[in-house]
Design a binder for this molecule. Sequence first.
Ligand code: 2P0
Length: 354
Amino acid sequence: KFEIQNGDEGYSSAPSNIALIKYWGKNLSRKQIPDNSSLSYTLGGFRSFTKVTTQGRFLPETYEKTIPIRNKLYLNSKDIEFPIPEKMDILIQSIFYNFADEITLKIESYNNFPTACGIASSASGYAALVGAIADLLQLKKHLSAIELHTWLTEWARLGSGSATRSVIQSSEDSFIKWELEDSCKESFTKTSELTFHPKWKQLEHCVFVLNANEKKTSSSDGHKSASTSPLHNVRVAGVSKKIAMMTKALKEFDFDLVQQISEEDAFAMHAVMQTGNPSACYLDEDVSKALALFIQMRDSNEVLAFWTLDAGPNLHILYYKDAKQILTEYHVKLQELLDRDIKIFKNAYRGGLL
Ligand code: 2P0
């Protein structure tokens, strides 16, 4: 175990990501193992920046009343303490169990994107947190790159499944595959960056925020009920083939196939959500209207753009420059159709707004 002093610090940052082939459903009894592999696009412009500072030990002999005995979390603000999720406490304890004496942390995390912008911060947040703890423990000095990657993905998964795909730091615009390792049926620690045709570097991403309110069903509850849907096993059985097809389509720049697989899988995931017990319906009337209008305008103008949805009612669009004019017109028409202002958030990594 490593010796850590009170006041030691660690830093990291990590990007968010949007799944094109979704992870939905997990085995809760076995360390949050997902039911299927997934594939995501890294949102390099939406990042979390995290600092962790050790603030005290639990050990009885060193315990003093002045030492804080619980982890503390500050999100986007130095002054307001945020209630720490139970799974974050469990995650921190399980890391220190392996590598150091039990200590508590002060976690200060800042997102460079607004909370109500249709981007889940759990992916970037948990990836940055485990990276900062690894920095605090100076694990880079003690572990091989593969060992470190395995630990980081394992820990990120305990925080949030989608965070596993945000651990790889090497590139801003990457496509990440998170898959079951062939050798071990229960190991979901392997993520890898896919090779892709250089034309994908011009891909852009934005979110039309249809509803910024907190979700009625959390992702964690949604994952729990996935297996109750009669469609779940059918979707899961088809994922490996979709990943193989998309891997090839990314290499060859087969835009139509990437569009087709992404859109089909988003519909498939939402069908599972809606047919589970309890059922979760994020694809509500507004999302249906927004989707229908997008598909009609995209298809009649033949521009390179496709949609996907997360576990929420906000429309993610991935597109090329030639679609910008149509997307601007789409924004105007969408606001007329829904009779209210709709905000757009753009992955600022490429600079500029729509
Ligand atoms: C994904 N989502 O692949 C899927 C698709 C959203 C829709 O995983 O319970 O916050 O913390 O592991 O990762 C969002 O759920 O859920 C998610 P937990 P997470 O990105």
